[in-house]
Design a protein around this ligand. Structure first.
Ligand code: ZN
Length: 274
């Protein structure tokens, strides 16, 4: 555990959110870099990155990731965690490509199959093993994303097989339609199933975003906010920006005597590669 500090991740774009739903959604590399700077200033240490093509459609094209990462790097030291969840319908090979070609500091690694509204996300154990092997070979620190209690147990198979190395960082994604609703009880059960000493970020989707932040603060977890998870600031009121959501998370943390961790804190604590 990071003593006296809490890590705030901003998932600023996602694959499913649109400008129609949230006009302030950052889409281009310029917009994403600008968001990264603002979120870092507001207290975020990690930027969870999805990118879009010129038509605003989600893409796993490494060239598009590279452009966004270069623009972010030129302006801020925020840790960049790229997605390998991608968008609904992407193949496993497409999802993994940016990890292989760009070798980022961090990337998400989905730990199982789950309903995603009327769609579904498929991650078989062989796919997870293949991902974990490539992450390990490139020293990319995974955020082990779990949408279901079974996913936490599946991750432990990878641990047992030596495909994952500590420090372990989990991402518990709660309140996805068709998956596990957010509750303290659900969060507790996920936490109990983790390997000892693992850290976790609580990702509350939609209206569960704020309760998930309070739960993370109370329970020793870390926070994720951003338009991928939730576009509102309060009921019926759209957030003005990703940074506005980060600023509130940082404020809540400070009220609980937790300082937002810096990117340097995260790099040291999660032993990210140089
Ligand atoms: Zn994502």
């Amino acid at each position: 555990m990071l003593d006296g500090k809490i890590v705030i991740t901003c998932a600023c774009t996602g694959a499913e959110t649109s400008k129609a739903l949230q006009p302030a959604l950052p889409i281009t590399a310029e917009e994403i870099a600008e968001t990264a700077v603002a979120c870092r200033e507001a207290g975020a240490a990690i930027l969870h990155l999805h990118v879009r093509d010129e038509n605003g459609k989600p893409t796993q094209d490494p060239k598009v990731f590279r452009k966004a990462i270069e623009m972010i790097r030129a302006r801020t030291d925020i840790v960049v965690e790229i997605t390998t969840g991608g968008a609904v319908g992407d193949t496993a090979d497409e999802r993994l490509r940016p990890v292989i070609e760009l070798e980022p500091e961090m990337a998400s690694l989905d730990c199982g199959t789950v309903n995603f509204g009327d769609e579904y996300i498929v991650n078989t154990l062989p796919v997870m093993r293949a991902f974990a092997k490539e992450f390990k070979a490139r020293k990319v620190r995974p955020t082990l994303e779990c949408f279901d209690l079974g996913h936490v147990h599946a991750s432990r198979i990878l641990v047992k097989e030596g495909l994952l190395e500590p420090p372990y960082h989990y991402g518990f994604v709660l309140n996805v339609p068709g998956a596990v609703p957010f509750s303290l009880d659900a969060l507790d059960s996920f936490c109990r199933a983790m390997p000892e000493g693992a850290d976790y970020t609580v990702m509350g989707i939609g209206r569960s975003s704020l309760p998930a932040q309070y739960a993370a603060i109370a329970r020793g977890g870390w926070i994720r906010v951003g338009f991928e998870d939730n576009v509102y600031y309060s009921k019926g009121v759209l957030a003005e920006s990703n940074a506005q959501l980060v600023a509130r998370a940082a404020r809540l943390a400070r009220e609980a005597a937790l300082a937002p961790a810096t990117p340097a804190d995260v790099r040291a604590y999660l032993k990210l590669k140089k």
